[in-house]
Design a protein around this ligand. Structure first.
Ligand SMILES: Cc1cc2nc3c(=O)[nH]c(=O)nc-3n(C[C@H](O)[C@H](O)[C@H](O)COP(=O)(O)OP(=O)(O)OC[C@H]3O[C@@H](n4cnc5c(N)ncnc54)[C@H](O)[C@@H]3O)c2cc1C
Length: 505
């Protein structure tokens, strides 16, 4: 029976990060992926010669000493990931459709604070206090410092109060509250559900800077694959664990794969959705309380996504409006984000339109991706269906969403009326089936006020959970969870030595 130090289950950004961290620390690692390729949500897909992003469009954290830059440096792949910052004055814009009011989020934390004060001169105190509180939370969060993070984090007061409660205390201005909750789209939970602390941890990096990455998530996958080659890391695709066997003293003795092969490992770390972890663990070794806790977790919102290109654009013309810099345009039909993030909301769903340029085979395309807020409830009728064999009802659902999104795109980009070409669309069921997730949610399990998500050692002593549902959502949160687990596995002293050497070297 083949034996490894660690099995890492799932090869999204969390699994790739953890496998590399452990490999770099001298461990033998087996990275298991159910899909036919590694990368999870980071993997791009290609249609009609154009690359499109699946689950990674933009991120914060790319500034000097920013958490993402630091993590990439430690992993030794920073030189292969090229951020493309959104710096244009109107590059990151929100439109409230109820009165067509327009608000821009400039590049930089100080600039964003100043801009909000310019928009809402009567709310200067509230704005200053909000941005200071966001900054304070991040300063107090040890997990955002690679050298000091650990599994036993101290919770701070802001972990026990929702974003909504904080905003309601600061201001009665609905639009301001809506704008300061804009990044709810980046964690998929309502302002009344997310803690102010987690809202701040996700949002600060985005207030500092927003960037896409040249070649999107594929740049990460390429970089990881290249680095894996230098370490004792085996990768198996089309593979998963079907049984945790020989359990004694709360330790799993061997792992049976879908191929029937048996593997021994000192540890197994799951980076997949917590409900999918539960499917694999031996139920007779889990308490009822643990099972009900996991079953009670709520998934975040997801997106109905539309992908297209603008024909005949002149991307190489430096004087043209459609310069190579990407843009993000968020259309909110209400400034009440709690209402808009309710599955029963009947107005137009929040829509985030991403415009960027992609060059493939020497040809540059202006690519539009529109992410419209969606919920499992919207596709409940077809949840038992599989790709390629869905019903007419499902096709009608998809077509009506596509039609509405197209209308809204042309509403804000009338110049694309003749030139925008629809290429494809994906519902939450598409994401569910292609990403092997239970429901196609964008960020796994919601980070709710006062809720402990699955993270670290599970009731079986050599089984761990990491991934986007653990500490924070998005690619930064997913990677961070792997650094924290990496430290727990490697040990405090070796980990600190490793991080210090990598960051100082
Ligand atoms: C439409 C959409 C847009 C998004 N946009 C952004 C964005 O712009 N910026 C951002 O930061 N985040 C974004 N996100 C969220 C981001 O994609 C995730 O937070 C992050 O990629 C999660 O990484 P992960 O490794 O934890 O999970 P995943 O990427 O989901 O990886 C899990 C992997 O595990 C595999 N797997 C599942 N079950 C098993 C099993 N039993 N055995 C073996 N393998 C298994 C899956 O196939 C997958 O490869 C978006 C998500 C979606 C869906």
């Amino acid at each position: 029976m083949k034996k490894y130090d660690d099995i890492v289950v799932g090869s999204g950004i969390s699994g790739m990060t953890l496998a590399l961290l452990l490999g770099m620390n001298g461990h033998s690692v087996l990275l298991l992926e159910k899909n036919r390729n590694i990368g999870g949500s980071m993997a791009r897909f290609y249609k009609q010669g154009v690359p499109f992003d699946t689950g990674f469009h933009f991120t914060g954290g790319f500034y000097k000493n920013g958490i993402l830059s630091d993590m990439l440096t430690v992993l030794g792949i920073d030189d292969q990931i090229q951020p493309v910052f959104i710096t244009k004055e109107d590059g990151n814009r929100v439109i409230f459709e109820e009165d067509n009011s327009v608000y821009d989020f400039p590049f930089g934390y100080d600039e964003t604070t100043a801009k909000m004060k310019e928009y809402f001169p009567g709310e200067k105190n509230a704005i200053e206090q909000y941005f200071k509180m966001v900054l304070d939370v991040c300063k107090k969060t040890v997990a955002l410092d690679l050298r000091n993070l650990s599994l036993s984090q101290d919770w701070i007061d802001e972990d026990y109060i929702s974003l909504d409660e904080v905003l309601n205390k600061l201001t009665g201005n609905k639009k301001l509250k809506g704008l300061l909750s804009k990044y709810s789209m980046c964690y998929g939970a309502k302002p009344s559900e997310i803690s102010f602390a987690n809202h701040s941890r996700v949002s600060l990096g985005l207030y500092e800077s927003v960037a896409r990455v040249k070649d999107g998530g594929d740049a990460f996958i390429r970089a990881f694959k290249k680095r894996f080659a230098g370490f004792d890391i085996d990768i198996r695709t089309n593979s998963c664990i079907t049984e945790c066997a020989d359990v004694g003293n709360n330790i799993v003795g061997k792992f049976v794969l879908n191929t029937g092969e048996e593997i021994a490992a000192n540890r197994c770390i799951f980076t997949i959705h917590p409900k999918a972890i539960l499917d694999v663990l031996p139920k007779n070794h889990l308490t009822k309380a643990f099972i009900s806790r996991v079953n009670a977790f709520e998934s975040t919102a997801g997106f109905f996504s539309l992908f297209g290109v603008v024909e005949n654009s002149v991307p190489n013309d430096k004087n043209a409006d459609n310069t190579s810099e990407p843009t993000i345009l968020s259309l909110f039909s209400s400034s009440d984000i709690n209402r808009m993030m309710d599955p029963a909301y009947t107005g137009d769903p929040a829509l985030v339109i991403l415009k960027n340029q992609e060059t493939m085979n020497g040809k540059t395309h202006t690519v539009l991706t529109a992410l419209e807020l969606a919920f499992p409830e919207h596709v409940r009728d077809w949840e038992d269906s599989r790709p390629g064999v869905r019903s007419d009802g499902y096709r009608n659902y998809k077509n009506s969403r596509i039609e509405n999104i197209m209308k809204r795109i042309i509403g804000v980009y009338p110049e694309f009326n003749e030139t925008f070409r629809f290429i494809d669309a994906a519902s939450m069921l598409t994401f569910r089936d292609y990403l092997y997730s239970p429901d196609g949610s964008a960020y796994g399990i919601k980070q709710k006020v006062g809720q402990f998500n699955l993270f670290g050692k599970l009731p079986l002593r050599n089984i761990y959970a990491a991934g986007q549902s653990s500490v924070l959502p998005g690619i930064v949160g997913a990677m961070l969870s792997s650094f924290i687990i990496g430290r727990a596995i490697v040990g405090k002293e070796p980990y600190i030595g490793f991080i210090t050497e990598r960051l100082n070297g």
